[in-house]
Design a protein around this ligand. Structure first.
Ligand code: MLT
Length: 414
């Protein structure tokens, strides 16, 4: 191992694979800021006690609790409490947390004036990030304890604000929160209730949504979460940091992928629904076609979240009696890929975005709201990461740069 290239001041790793593994682990332990990314693209790693994942084994745990168990037994707000405060809540703590959230679900009417200025066809992720950022202007957060209150405010208002874009796109009035409902049912009511007809939240839909939000609640360091920590490291407000995370999530390589999955399935359907043709195209590097929702940067095994969502998707489709040709194409693609040597050898399993797109569609959530759903689920994880970064008194982030441009050039007027 050599850390010696002083000229460029970044570690140069040499030695056998075994030596590298040992020394890198030691360095990580000692500094917490080492990255061995060949492209030097990542910011340094951070220490975190929130989410554990092992991509080789396909394990994901929040604060030590398995994602499978939480998805089966917990409510989204319990998981939010666990992530944000470190422990599962007692009955009293849960009641107080839920009540605090209910007390803050209404959004300041002046925020609505900002919202009204957005075009009817604005992407809801752009609107949501702007609304969350605007909260920093409404709640300046300079008083003692303001962070804690801002956390509650954000958890409470996010579902309310998230539904506004959809209502506007339909030409419908926005719905106010109904605090007699639980977190998920309240969101569904704000999405789908109309003044002209009674709306009954379907418990199958509410339960599926609860599971989806839990599965998306945190995923250790990734583009959006590291963004939240990085922006927060300058001591920017919670709102500014989370708004930045929403923007990071909006990209098609991150949270936007679930929207791309359904758009891909729609395109395959419009082209006659021949999945075998698209499987062949996916294997041909020159075809220009990319199979969205397959493979994951970290998981070299089945994404544990995908396994749970797949089952939930099957259950929901059966319970709601949905017979959607787009979803039929999805199951054909899934079956073909899981039994195809090319995909199996490359461990290109369907990922969480593949199944979440399918289940959101089955729940009646419009396609361009899919990434918003991801953001609602990820909110407690982002908050927990932001809190941890502050509690650790982490210094302001300053990712290392490797300069590769010209050293010095003489100015010539052309
Ligand atoms: C996530 O849930 O954030 C995604 O799977 C992206 C990732 O972790 O790289």
């Amino acid at each position: 191992l050599s850390l010696g290239d002083k000229k460029y001041k970044f570690p140069v790793i040499t030695g056998s694979e075994d030596e590298k593994a040992i020394d890198i682990a030691k360095l990580r332990d000692e500094t917490g800021h080492i990255t061995i990314d060949s492209g030097y693209k990542n910011t340094g790693a951070t220490k975190s006690a929130i989410t554990f994942l092992d991509g080789e084994l396909g394990i994901l745990r929040y604060r030590g609790y398995s994602i499978e168990e939480l998805a089966e037994k917990a409510t989204f707000l319990e998981v939010a409490y666990l992530l944000i405060y470190g422990e599962l809540p007692t009955t009293e703590q849960y009641a107080a947390f839920e009540n605090d959230i209910k007390m803050h679900t209404i959004v300041n009417e002046d925020m609505r004036k900002i919202f009204e200025g957005f075009p009817v066809n604005a992407h809801p992720m752009g609107v949501l990030s702007a609304m969350v950022c605007a909260m920093s202007a409404f709640y300046t957060g300079d008083k003692a304890g303001a962070d804690e209150l801002n956390i509650i405010r954000l958890m409470a208002k996010m579902p309310s604000m998230a539904t506004w874009s959809y209502k506007k796109s339909q030409g419908h009035p926005v719905n106010y929160p109904n605090n007699s409902l639980d977190y998920c049912s309240n969101f569904l009511n704000m999405m789908f209730a109309l003044p002209v007809a009674p709306y009954q939240v379907n418990p199958v839909v509410a339960a599926a949504l609860n599971k989806l939000l839990i599965l998306h609640a945190d995923h250790e360091q990734n583009c959006s979460t590291s963004t939240v920590r990085l922006v927060g490291s300058s001591h920017a407000s919670l709102y500014a940091s989370i708004s930045a995370g929403i923007n990071a999530l909006s990209g098609p390589l991150h949270g936007g992928a679930n929207q791309e999955v359904i758009e891909m399935l729609e395109a395959i359907k419009a082209d006659g629904g021949d999945t075998a043709k698209y499987i062949a195209m996916a294997k041909d590097k020159n075809s220009g076609f990319r199979l969205m929702g397959f493979g994951h940067r970290v998981y070299k095994n089945f994404d544990p979240r995908a396994r749970i969502i797949k089952k939930a998707a099957d259950d929901v489709l059966a319970a709601l009696g949905i017979n959607d040709p787009v979803l039929k194409i999805a199951s054909e693609l899934e079956a073909a890929a899981l039994s195809d040597e090319y995909f199996v050898a490359r461990k290109l399993y369907p990922n969480v975005d593949f199944y979440s797109g399918i289940i959101y569609r089955a729940l009646g959530i419009p396609t361009d709201m899919f990434t918003v759903m991801f953001a609602i689920g990820r909110l407690p994880g982002w908050i927990a990461q932001w809190k941890e970064m502050k509690a650790n008194k982490e210094p302001i982030g300053r990712p290392r740069q490797v300069y590769v441009g010209a050293t010095e050039r003489a100015y010539v007027n052309i």
